[in-house]
Structures are given as structure tokens and as C-alpha cells.
Design a protein around this ligand. Structure first.
Ligand SMILES: [Zn+2]
Length: 449
């Protein structure tokens, strides 16, 4: 009997010891996971980073679906090859850049001179990537020597968050974070699969004017309105109503393609660009990648006709020319006959001139000859488009996002001339054609990028 109890006691002791050991091992493993979970074998390349010098990032901004960097660095030696890379230690993504040697081994670079070029954030694969400079030299024995340098943040800006456009109901979230790895400063792009939060959208559409502001007006039979803005014959057609008709159809088309779309107005109301529902605020609050402003034009002479696509400063013409191609084709119209501000067929850019900057009595000091004259293009793009309305100028409303480095890419579409009868008939009868043209342009452009 006694012996039996002894065995039982021993068994209990063994079980207790085993449990304790397992518990301790569990705790150690848990701690290991917490402290070393980032230490995947692939990332050990970060430990080889040469910390004798860093690439200093002086400016970085997301405009639409592209991210751009500007920076400088000084290398300790002459190298044979240099590349800017996004690397996860296994796969690398080459980042295009324009690089200038300022003095011996000191370089400045910019990823693109165009704000709508650069790293295409839509295409980054799931995972963790780090922005590094890779250099190549040969040692005395002619062995290839590869070195890595990481980047440091020389700006007032911090981490960024980006959601890719909705595709098949799915999105990626990209956390772009200034971080350290084993005390080495890094910039990490962490790409994970997600679903868009309720308040995040793909595209903002801004039907111009509304409410007390009808925009341009015309009479449906092509006759002119009287001095009070009424028609003697025919119905009064307002730009505000036409803009909204196209915008609502465009929203439906884009939603059918799976995009999440928001309008600055869905009724006949007046919305200031700086209101919560205004495009400068809304496009950026909702993290939209694009802001498409819909307008119709008037020349006062009747002979000017056709489509005008207005672009911001420093943009390449890829998306704009796609708008021109697809809208003229689908809406059965032509590129505008207007020569003023034209940069290419159907594409227009209006920047402030020296005279305009000098002549205005109240003028934000930041206006330069590279600042868009159109406030919606200028103010939506934050630092990429030299947004200026910081609230310090009497009479200019504050733009909450004037200093943002993560903004929507803005286009202003003047679809046709309401005081040209041929354009007006098409505008009245062919809402679907115009909306389809804009839809096809967005689809075509995004498939190319
Ligand atoms: Zn307008």
C-alpha cells in the first residue's frame, strides 16, 4: 500500500516537472517570437548594410498611384555600378532614377521628373521590401564586391499608408514606414492583403458647379440665353446639371468594374473645394487615387468646340492622352480647336505667368510659374502640385491637405462647348458616350501601368 503511494507521488512529481519544463519552453518560444519575429533568414541581407554612409531622402511623395523620391548621398569610394532597389533579400524591384554626380562621389537623384511617374505602388507584391542603394565594385583579386546602403529620412514627413485600387473585390495595404533593423535605419514597404476600410475609396468624381452656381448655360435649341440667363425658346441647359449627369453615369460604370467611387455631390448643391465634401478635402480624406473633375465649357464666340483635358504641373501625358483617345472615340467628338494653353492634341495646362503672379493684390507667396492656375488641380495634389492655400492668405480658404505628401492625381475634363451647337447636341444626347469614354480611359490607363 505504502509502496503504491510512493509510486503515485513519483508520477505526480514527474508530471509536474514535465509540465513546468513545457511551460518554460513555451514562454521562451513566445519571447523569441516577439523579439525576433522579423528576423527571417531573407532579411539577414540588412545586416550586411554598410552604415558608413546613408542615402538621405530630402523629399518623398505619393501622387495617385505613384511614389517619388528625391535625395543625395556621398559614397566612400568610386563604384562601377549603382542601383536603387526595393529588396526583400530574395527578390529585388529596380527603381528607376535620374542621377547626377554633383562632385566627387556625391550624387543627387530623383526617381522621376514627373509627379505621375515613379514607383507604381499598385504592382508591389505581398511581402516586406526595403529601399536600398546597391553598389558594385571589384577588389584587387578581381572579385565582385556588392554593397548595400540604406536610406534615412531628412524630411518633416513620417510614415505613409496606401491602399491599392480595388481589383476583384480585393486590395493591398502598403505601410511605408521609417524603421530600424538592428539599429540600421531603413524604409520598409510592408504589403498585406486587406479589404478597403469603409471611409477609403478608389476614385473621387467631382461634378463641377451646382446649387447657386449653374456654371455655363445654354438653350437646348442653340439660341442664346437673355441677360438674366433665361431662354426665349428651348429649355435652359446648365453645366451643373450636365456635369452631374455624366458623373452619375461614370460612377455606375466604374462601380460595375468593381471600383469604389465617391462623388463630391449627388444633387444640385454648391460645394466648395475646401468643404468636407469638396474635392481637395474629399479626394484626400478618402485616400482616393484619382480625382476626376467633370465640366463643360463655353467660349462666348460659338466657333470653338471639342474636348479639353487639363493636367497639373510636372505630369507626363500618358493618362491625359488616354482620356483624349477614349473620350473622342466613345463620345464621337473631337479634341478642342483651342490653341491657348495647349500642350498636345486635346491636352491643356495652365500655369501662373510672371504677370499673373505680380499683378494680383492678394497672392499666396508660393505661387510660381510651375503652379497650376486651376485651384482644383493645384490644391488636391499637396506638395506634388505646389498647393498653396495654407490659411494665411486673407480671402483664400484653408486647404487642410496643402502640405500633404500623399494625395490624389487630379484631372479636369472640359467635355465640350455648350455654346457650340454641334457640341451641345452631343452633350445633351450622348451622356453615356462621354461617361463610357472616361471609363475606358481609366481602364486602359490602369491596365498599362
Ligand atoms: Zn465648369
Amino acid at each position: 500500500m505504502k509502496k503504491r503511494r510512493k509510486v503515485k507521488k513519483k508520477l505526480l512529481a514527474y508530471t509536474l516537472t514535465l509540465c513546468c519544463t513545457l511551460l518554460i519552453l513555451g514562454i521562451i518560444y513566445f519571447a523569441y517570437c516577439i523579439f525576433f519575429k522579423n528576423k527571417t533568414p531573407e532579411l539577414s541581407f540588412l545586416e550586411t548594410i554598410d552604415t558608413s554612409t546613408y542615402v538621405e531622402i530630402d523629399k518623398y511623395a505619393i501622387y495617385g498611384i505613384h511614389m517619388n523620391f528625391e535625395g543625395t548621398f556621398t559614397l566612400p569610394e568610386k563604384v562601377e555600378e549603382m542601383r536603387l532597389l526595393l529588396s526583400n533579400g530574395k527578390d529585388t524591384i529596380n527603381v528607376n532614377w535620374e542621377i547626377t554626380e554633383e562632385e566627387n562621389n556625391t550624387y543627387s537623384f530623383i526617381t522621376s521628373e514627373y509627379i505621375n511617374e515613379g514607383i507604381v505602388l499598385e504592382n508591389l507584391p505581398i511581402g516586406e521590401y526595403y529601399l536600398v542603394l546597391q553598389t558594385k565594385t571589384h577588389d584587387e583579386e578581381q572579385n565582385e564586391v556588392i554593397k548595400y546602403y540604406s536610406v534615412i529620412n531628412n524630411t518633416e514627413y513620417e510614415n505613409l499608408e496606401y491602399y491599392t485600387l480595388t481589383e476583384n473585390g480585393k486590395n493591398n495595404k502598403i505601410d511605408i514606414e521609417w524603421n530600424t533593423y538592428e539599429e540600421i535605419p531603413t524604409l520598409r514597404f510592408k504589403i498585406t492583403e486587406t479589404k478597403l476600410p469603409d471611409d477609403v475609396y478608389d476614385i473621387t468624381i467631382d461634378p463641377g458647379h451646382g446649387g447657386v452656381d449653374p456654371g455655363k448655360t445654354a438653350c437646348s435649341d442653340g439660341s442664346a440665353t437673355n441677360s438674366l440667363g433665361y431662354c426665349y425658346s428651348g429649355d435652359l441647359i446648365t453645366e451643373a446639371a450636365q456635369n452631374l449627369k455624366v458623373a452619375l453615369q461614370l460612377k455606375e460604370n466604374l462601380e460595375n468594374l468593381g471600383y469604389k467611387v465617391i462623388l463630391t455631390r449627388e444633387t444640385d448643391e454648391n460645394v466648395s473645394i475646401y468643404d468636407p465634401m469638396g474635392s481637395a478635402t474629399m479626394a484626400n480624406d478618402t485616400k482616393s487615387k484619382f480625382n476626376i473633375a467633370i465640366h463643360h465649357n463655353s467660349s462666348g464666340v460659338g466657333s470653338v468646340s471639342g474636348l479639353e483635358v487639363y493636367i497639373a504641373n510636372d505630369t507626363n501625358l500618358d493618362f491625359a492622352s488616354t482620356f483624349v483617345d477614349e473620350i473622342t472615340k466613345n463620345a464621337n467628338t473631337e479634341a478642342s480647336t483651342k490653341a491657348l494653353y495647349q500642350v498636345s492634341n486635346g491636352i491643356y495646362q495652365r500655369l501662373f505667368t510672371e504677370e499673373e503672379i505680380a499683378s494680383s493684390s492678394v497672392q499666396p507667396s508660393r505661387y510660381t510659374t510651375n503652379t497650376s492656375w486651376y485651384y482644383n488641380m493645384r490644391e488636391i495634389g499637396g506638395i506634388s502640385t505646389n498647393a498653396s492655400n495654407d490659411g494665411s492668405f486673407p480671402g483664400y480658404p484653408m486647404n487642410e491637405h496643402y502640405n500633404s505628401n500623399n494625395t490624389a492625381e487630379a484631372y479636369l475634363l472640359e467635355l465640350g462647348y455648350m455654346d457650340n451647337y454641334s457640341d451641345l447636341r452631343n452633350i445633351m444626347q450622348n451622356t453615356e458616350g462621354y461617361a463610357q469614354g472616361i471609363t475606358s480611359a481609366i481602364e486602359t490607363y490602369l491596365n498599362q501601368e
